[in-house]
Design a protein around this ligand. Structure first.
Ligand code: NAP
Ligand code: MG
Length: 489
């Protein structure tokens, strides 16, 4: 029976009976090798590392560590597949493989969702309803483009690049792999992909699907390891393109490393995105959107709406409602379907978030956290609001990548634009208002790659995604996502 309890902000909180998703149907090995040339091969170093479940710190599997030698093997396999098979495969045939991968993923969607939540700490509701369906849709969408490239680029001759090296982060492990592999295959390229160290499992499951789909060996190679494994891909002479999603720090290292080469690159980097509430906004809807914008996926979202700007006349109401709303969020087991905020991906990331929370307090900001209980083991963080922050506060300027929201007020729209743009980043922004004209005005003046109006964190394979300034360059998704993988003549 659900039991009501009052908490400090007087929100009514219901204790739900546990509703855990079952993991009995998943097929997970104790040990994973490298997927190179269509085979599962042992790493030449003989070394393995553990991937854990951050919700309880338990080990899930042993993962092969790929060094330079293994990367060389993977790039050679990709080059061979490119020269001998894939560049000669008819576009409509390529489409069939990509479509088949999408269908196979769909058939095993539940298994992918469970493994994603176990390995990353994200709540099952999100991996089931967002990550996995979107990943499948990316494959479906790009399958459609494979034999229509002359319509995507009219009056141009379209050529593939060759071998693409792809490096992905831990916040959307399967989705980021799909964002990268699907357009690369559609345009006739071969791939060497490295998932993040803490979340390699769904990319390895995807390798199993790719094997099952009958895709020619070597067209997609999945190699696991640490940062130096990624660096070996970046520095390999025979890689034609680097597609990287991750931190701005590593993005800068990559840009330097390839500066004197003719490698093409797309870099999808960090963010410090602004959510702006004007006084005529539908306030309840906006509060819900702000909560989704920053607490979705524990705030492990590059485009998280981590800076809130509220027009002064409605600030008090918005802050009260936000406090009330976050007091009813459930922080806990990611596998429970009632959970709103799951586990932080790793101890390192939790330490980073806690360090920023301390900096916020040390710099004099006012913090609000609900008094919700946290599970005893595993890495968790309460949803956190910071008021009384300045434009120069560290927590307003730097990406925290956790469930921490800073709140500032403004009087005029121009002030909101100036404050929102005053950041090294430019990935996304949200606008909340009743007036279309205000949306157009703000959207024109905000320096952000993606702008949502009266919603937040909505993704679709047909729309391009990417940033300005230190949030990177190049676009993934949509028609624009194809151009990152082609030469036009
Ligand atoms: P990260 O530390 O930069 O790592 C990203 C990937 O790069 C991982 O696979 C990592 O391997 C690898 N790597 C590390 N050092 C490398 C090097 N020197 N050369 C080549 N590869 C290297 O980022 P993260 O902490 O995983 O992800 C969080 C960051 O990603 C945030 O800043 C977030 O904003 C950003 N992000 C951006 C987008 C976007 O579309 N703009 C989307 C999602 C995330 P290891 O895991 O083994 O270290
Ligand atoms: Mg893990």
């Amino acid at each position: 029976m659900a039991k009501k309890k009052e908490n400090q902000s007087k929100a009514v909180k219901w204790d739900y009976s546990p509703a855990p998703e079952s993991s009995s149907h998943i097929n997970m090995k104790d040990q994973y090798e490298l997927f190179i040339g269509g085979k599962w091969v042992k790493p030449s170093s003989g070394k393995y590392f553990d991937t854990i479940n951050p919700a309880n710190k338990r080990k899930l599997a042993k993962i092969a560590y790929a060094n330079e030698k293994d990367i060389d093997k993977a790039v050679k396999a990709a080059r061979k597949a490119y020269k001998t098979v894939w560049s000669k495969t008819a576009p409509a045939e390529r489409a069939k493989y990509i479509y088949r991968i999408a269908r196979l993923m769909q058939e095993r969607a539940r298994e992918f969702a469970v493994i994603e939540s176990l390995d990353s700490g994200k709540v099952i509701r999100e991996s089931r309803d967002v990550d996995v369906p979107l990943a499948c849709n990316h494959f479906f969408y790009y399958a459609g483009w494979a034999d229509k490239l002359e319509y995507a680029f009219p009056n141009r001759k379209v050529e593939s690049l060759g071998v693409a090296g792809q490096i992905t982060p831990w916040n959307f492990p399967l989705l980021m792999a799909a964002w990268k592999i699907a357009p690369a295959l559609a345009t006739g390229n071969c791939v060497v992909l490295k998932p993040a160290e803490t979340t390699p499992l769904t990319a390895l499951k995807l390798a199993e699907i790719i094997e099952e789909s009958g895709l020619p060996p070597g067209v997609v190679n999945i190699v696991t390891g640490y940062g130096d494994t990624g660096a070996a891909i970046v520095n390999h002479d025979d890689v034609d393109k680097i597609a990287f999603t991750g931190s701005t720090g590593v993005g800068k290292i990559i840009q330097k490393a390839i500066a004197s080469t003719d490698k093409k690159a797309t870099l999808e980097l960090g963010g410090k995105s602004a959510n702006i509430i004007l006084e005529d906004a539908p306030i309840d809807q906006a509060v819900e959107g702000i909560v989704n914008g920053i607490f979705f996926n524990q705030g492990h979202v590059c485009c998280a709406g981590s800076r809130l700007f509220v027009q002064e006349s409605v600030a008090e109401e918005v802050i009260e409602k936000l406090k009330h709303r976050i007091s009813s969020l459930i922080v806990g087991d990611p596998m429970d379907k009632n959970t709103d905020i799951g586990a932080i991906n790793s101890k390192e990331q939790l330490d980073i978030i806690n360090r920023y929370i301390k900096i916020g307090l040390d710099e004099g900001a006012t913090m609000y956290q609900p008094d919700c209980s946290l599970p005893k083991s595993g890495y968790y963080c309460r949803p956190t609001l910071f008021m009384n922050v300045a434009q120069s506060s560290t927590i307003v300027q730097e990406e925290i990548f956790g469930p921490v929201l800073t709140i500032q007020t403004f009087r005029t729209v121009d002030e909101a634009i100036e404050k929102a743009n005053n950041t090294p980043y430019g990935l996304a922004a949200g606008i909340w208002t009743d007036k279309g004209s205000r949306i157009f005005n703000l959207a024109n003046k905000l320096n952000a790659g993606v702008i949502w109006a009266n919603t937040y964190n909505k993704f679709d394979p047909t729309s391009p995604f990417g940033g300005y300034k230190e949030s990177g360059f190049g676009r993934e998704g949509g028609l624009q996502g194809l151009s990152a993988y082609v030469k036009l003549k």
